[in-house]
Design a protein. Sequence first.
Length: 288
Amino acid sequence: MRTLSFNGLLRGLFSAFLLSFVISTQAAETGLLWKVEAPSGKVSYLFGSMHSDDPRINDFSPALLKALADTDAFMMETLPPSDPSIYFMKDQSLRDLLTETELQQLMQLADFHSMHTDAATHMKPWLLAMVFDLPKPQSAFTQDVLLYSKAQEQSKEILGIEDTAEHFGMLDSFSQEDQLTMLRAVLKRSQEAKERDFDALLNAYLSGNTARIAELDDKITGGMLPKALWARMRVKLIDERNVRMAERIAKEANESAVFVAVGASHLAGSNGLVARLRKAGYKVSVVE
């Protein structure tokens, strides 16, 4: 059995928010890279990322690379945690919480995703669900991590929009019963279904079709979870976070030129980052 590397854990962390692709269909504009002009005159960029290691999203355009090079700082949703224990339950094991059949499914998926079984049986159920709902790993580096590495190579200041406690606290706040419901929903899905749904989301992302992403996400994730739980997850993952992320991005972007990488689900709609930054007095325009 192979061990779960730190980059593998990062993959799990960042893939956690693939599930949060919830975008309002009210948005008329589409695009993944946005120019953000602050009242102070500073020019920053906002990029809608996809938390995946798929090579089809990691061939960065010249416009994106130029935007990164032209800024002084790099912001991502959260910085890699210094303490890996944040991924795991304390004094509990999924061996005691799942049925024998479910545990066997977990073991098979742990092997598929290159995770040591001991790590898998102690990981927080919500995070394990996110990792297991993805296709087979293709690389240790997600799109976010590659951008993070490029920013480091360019000696940029690296900032987290959220601290570790905030970032993990969103889904940590759900009850153990809710978290197990998330995990069990994923255990029931076939790998073929996961790959089919992932490809549909990926194609929507590559086309910049935010309305289609929203439609697919409600169909896929909303369809496998109880409606009330899915509704609460949407509020926690998108709505509440957009409020504080917009405030923190606005503050930083008014003081320096910054490249911001956040999940594409946070950009569009009346509650999205594009609209919120405009309301705060920023000129935000899509980069062709």
